[in-house]
Ligand binder design. Structure first.
Ligand SMILES: Cc1ncc(COP(=O)(O)O)c(C=O)c1O
Length: 360
């Protein structure tokens, strides 16, 4: 009988959203922070054209895509690695830099995949407290231990949706021990880019990696393209544990097309912000508090786990699929993606009815 390694056998599988049906799914949900818009029109043509070369392996160096990312974000193309989604890069960073004597530190309500990546690397997973769903440089610094190897910080955060300013990220880096790898996951960065100066230059200041993805603001979650800016010596190590042909040529073509239509992406971000802020206002009027969000989702505070479960059941019975947040230590919360208008309206009217029905 073959056994998995002990730390793998002890792990729970990573829990993706419960989408209600068995196996695949046919309709968008409000549970996975996907874009409510299709990819930009140019991506459709680019993908069709890329099929001509589908018999060949993709460009393993993502050459054109890296060059375009570098131009767009004013970073050196040699510092960029692409991944099959940023999930692959998170997993490979943990594989290369975390382990039995190199614990991972994240904030209390961090993106749950950080824990999973730490566990898969046999690393202890430590957390630092948040205040009102917001992480802080000081709390993370206080939680550092002698064997801390990596700090993972999503900014803006998921599932909280909150963010800390770039100045705080820089302060965190300058007060962290030089041997600790700092990973800033900016999966939702495009939704907040107008608010602050970029931090990509931090790759030059030591062991700091900045991750981004095409899955959110660019609407390419199904294509699985993420990227990061890495110090070159970190990139060399991560590359050893990446799938060497990780991003399909079709997906690279879609991502390149998305970068050629920044106006479309910006329009998506503006539409998301308008819908999100309106939804937060409507929910507040119903007595449901949301954390301030800088992303394409809202975190709804239902006050108790029982009420969150009851709201979730009511929503599901009316065809609205949101996501419970027990995995992030927020069992009293539901996360709602700013999804297609009809679905969002349906979810809000179901919550309105639920609020009325659940009044004492
Ligand atoms: C904070 C955060 N990081 C990373 C990811 C993974 O994104 P990708 O689709 O690029 O793998 C997500 C996806 O929801 C996320 O919320």
């Amino acid at each position: 009988m073959t056994h998995a390694r002990t730390h793998v056998a002890a792990m729970a599988p990573y829990a993706l959203a419960d989408l209600g049906g068995a196996g695949g799914r046919t309709a968008p949900s409000l549970a996975q922070n996907e874009s409510f818009r299709p990819p930009c029109p140019g991506a459709f043509e680019a993908v069709a054209a890329a099929m001509a070369d589908a018999a060949l392996y993709p460009d393993r160096d993502w050459t054109e895509l890296r060059a375009m990312i570098a131009t767009r974000h004013d970073v050196d193309p040699d510092t960029i690695l692409c991944g099959s989604g940023s999930l692959e890069l998170i997993g490979c960073l943990a594989r290369a830099f975390a382990g039995p004597h190199r614990a991972v530190l994240a904030s209390e309500h961090a993106y749950p995949y950080f824990r999973s990546a730490a566990q898969a690397s046999e690393a202890r997973f430590d957390t630092a407290p948040e205040t009102d769903g917001t992480t802080s440089a000081d709390a993370l610094l206080e939680a550092v231990r002698p064997d801390t190897g990596c700090v993972f910080l999503a900014n803006p955060g998921n599932p909280t949706g909150t963010r800390i300013p770039a100045g705080e990220i820089r302060r965190l880096r300058s007060n962290l021990r030089a041997d600790i790898l700092l990973v800033i996951d900016e999966a939702y960065g495009e939704f907040a880019d107008h608010l602050d100066v970029p931090v990509f230059d931090m790759t030059a200041t030591g062991k700091t990696v900045i991750l981004r993805t095409f899955s959110k603001a660019y609407g390419l979650a199904g294509c699985r393209v993420g990227w990061g800016a890495f110090p070159v010596e970190i990139a060399v190590e991560v590359r050893k544990v990446l799938n060497p042909n990780n991003v399909s040529s079709v997906s690279q073509a879609a991502a390149r097309a998305a970068l050629q239509d920044i106006a479309y992406m910006r329009e998506t971000c503006a539409l998301v912000a308008a819908r999100r802020d309106q939804a937060a206002g409507t929910l507040a009027a119903l007595g449901i508090r949301c954390l301030p969000s800088f992303t394409n989702f809202l975190l709804l505070d239902l006050e108790t786990q029982e009420r969150a479960r009851s709201a979730d059941a009511r929503l599901r019975s009316g065809g609205a699929i949101l996501r419970m947040q027990g995995a992030a230590g927020l069992p009293h919360c539901l996360r709602m993606t700013i999804g297609p208008e009809r679905q969002l309206d349906n979810a809000i009217s179901l919550l309105e009815r639920w609020t009325r029905e659940s009044m004492p």
